[in-house]
Design a protein. Structure first.
Length: 495
């Protein structure tokens, strides 16, 4: 009988991989290095490489291929809110790559907007009205209201630019950066909308203008009435009178009689009519300013949402929510540009604008054409191919539309209709708002999809789930869902 072998110690389980050490900052490297010039040159080279990475991520917006760098993973793992999950690190790195270009574009739009506003404030464009004798109270109100109307959106844009910079700098604090990005978008879009809802045209005092118009119109009507009465007197001369001695006596013609009350009423009515027409003109001018202010924001809103949905489809390929949101938003996106196209054609503004709007209204319809590829849960590689197909089909249409829009801006600059600063500010505002919307919507959708997924797991198998299933059966959706199986399900169940 052999003796039992002594128990052997089990090998210890391998230690979990440790995240890489946090990279040193530029100031620490300068303090520890004896060659600061070499450190600065290396930092400049690293910044150039990082800018290239940002540009590639921005263009692709594809989580299947684009990943966080080792340096970014180390920064997130050792950050104020340690983040070690690779997918979460990839999402944070992508947000960073989009927020910084958004900040740069919004900064350019804010700078050129400030330049235009300073020129508006310094150049008294109402001096010509003063020289023509318009009432000072009316001219002062018009000048002040115009400046304040332009100041509100500009202040919001400057604050939103600072908030976007904060969100980009604080990218390692995911929750706070997401909150700041949403606030920045609200300041850039929602707050100016509330500001411009104020009826600025009603803040102008028109009484002095009505008095001026009344005096001028009454003077002209009095002269006209006196001339008409005098002409009537010449047509009907008075007959000669006989004096007691039998001689004919001609009386001097009586002064023409004019009904001053009637003339005053007509002058008052005409003055009120002209003031009303002038007030309508100013109202249309203020409304055009509102459209010019919100144009870049609205133009960047729908593309930003659709682009965000397509990007999240590569992040969460098993979820159908990003695809369905893109399918819902795409028709409104196309309808928005189609309405502007119809208005442009009726106004006969520019054929280049009509062509640009035509292509930009067709581009989002590609999402509807390929809806089956992005609306279903898919494998990561399949979702990436589906999103890439949609983007390749829509990219030429969008590029043609943007090209004609830039050509139109160049033509208007040559005609001195707009300035170079106006055109650059317009383009930068569109790009900055588009990228800011993309980040804000992505943050919201990731949070909503995650919350819905957790709730659905706890909801499955409950009595409420059974009742909901019964309602879907009553509506006929349950059988339709069974007939329309996913491709993966048909492969797994060939029968």
């Amino acid at each position: 009988m052999t003796a039992p072998e002594p128990p052997q110690d089990k090998p210890a389980p391998p230690a979990p991989p440790q995240p890489p050490a946090p990279p040193q900052g530029l100031l620490q490297q300068l303090q520890q290095s004896s060659e600061p010039g070499q450190v600065l040159a290396q930092a400049a080279g690293d910044s150039g490489k990082l800018a290239a990475v940002f540009a590639r991520r921005l263009v692709r917006s594809d989580f299947y291929h684009e990943k966080a760098t080792d340096r970014e993973r180390a920064q997130l793992a050792h950050g104020p809110e340690p983040l070690t999950e690779p997918l979460a690190q990839d999402f944070a790195a992508w947000r960073r790559a989009v927020l910084w270009p958004a900040f740069v574009l919004l900064t350019a739009a804010a700078i050129f907007g400030i330049v235009d506003f300073v020129q508006l404030w310094d150049n008294d464009q109402t001096q010509e009205l003063r020289d023509q004798g318009w009432p000072s109270s009316f001219v002062d109100d018009l000048d002040l209201v115009s400046r304040w109307q332009a100041a509100g959106p500009l202040v919001c844009l400057v604050i939103a630019t600072g908030m976007a910079c904060w969100a980009a700098v604080d990218w390692r604090r995911r929750r706070r950066s997401a909150l700041v990005a949403r606030i920045a978008w609200g300041l850039a879009f929602l707050v100016p909308m509330l500001w411009l809802v104020i009826p600025f045209s009603t803040l102008i005092e028109y009484d002095s203008l009505e008095t001026l118009f009344y005096d001028n119109i009454k003077t002209g009507l009095m002269v006209q009435a006196q001339a008409e009465a005098a002409a009537q007197g010449l047509q009907n001369p008075q007959q000669p009178q006989m004096d007691p001695w039998g001689q004919q006596v001609f009386q001097p013609p009586a002064a023409p009689q004019v009904d001053e009350d009637k003339v005053s009423r007509e002058a008052r009515a005409e003055a009120q009519k002209q003031v009303g027409q002038l007030q309508d003109s100013f109202s249309f001018a203020f409304a055009f300013f509102v459209l010019a202010t919100f144009g870049p924001k609205i133009i960047g809103l729908f593309p930003g949402i659709v682009r965000s949905c397509l990007t999240l489809k590569t992040l969460l390929p098993q979820s159908s929510a990003p695809g369905w949101v893109a399918i819902i938003v795409a028709p409104f996106y196309a309808l928005f540009f189609a309405l502007i196209l119809a208005a442009s054609i009726q106004a006969d503004y520019s054929w280049m604008l009509s062509v640009a709007l035509l292509f930009m209204s067709i581009a989002p319809l590609v999402v509807l054409v390929r809806w089956g590829q992005i609306a279903q849960p898919r494998k990561p590689e399949d979702a990436q191919r589906a999103v890439q197909t949609v983007r390749r089909m829509a990219a030429p249409l969008t590029a043609i539309g943007i090209g004609f829009l830039i050509a139109l801006l160049i033509e208007k600059i040559a005609d001195d209709t707009i300035t170079v600063s106006n055109a650059i500010s317009f383009i930068c505002a569109i790009g900055g708002n588009l990228l800011l919307v993309q980040v804000a919507v992505s943050d919201l959708m990731v949070a909503m999809i995650g919350r819905a997924f957790v709730e659905n797991r706890s909801f499955a198998g409950s009595q409420l789930a059974e009742r909901l299933h019964g309602r879907f059966v009553g509506l006929g959706f349950a059988q339709a869902a069974a007939e329309d199986e996913l491709p993966e399900a048909r492969v797994a169940n060939p029968a």
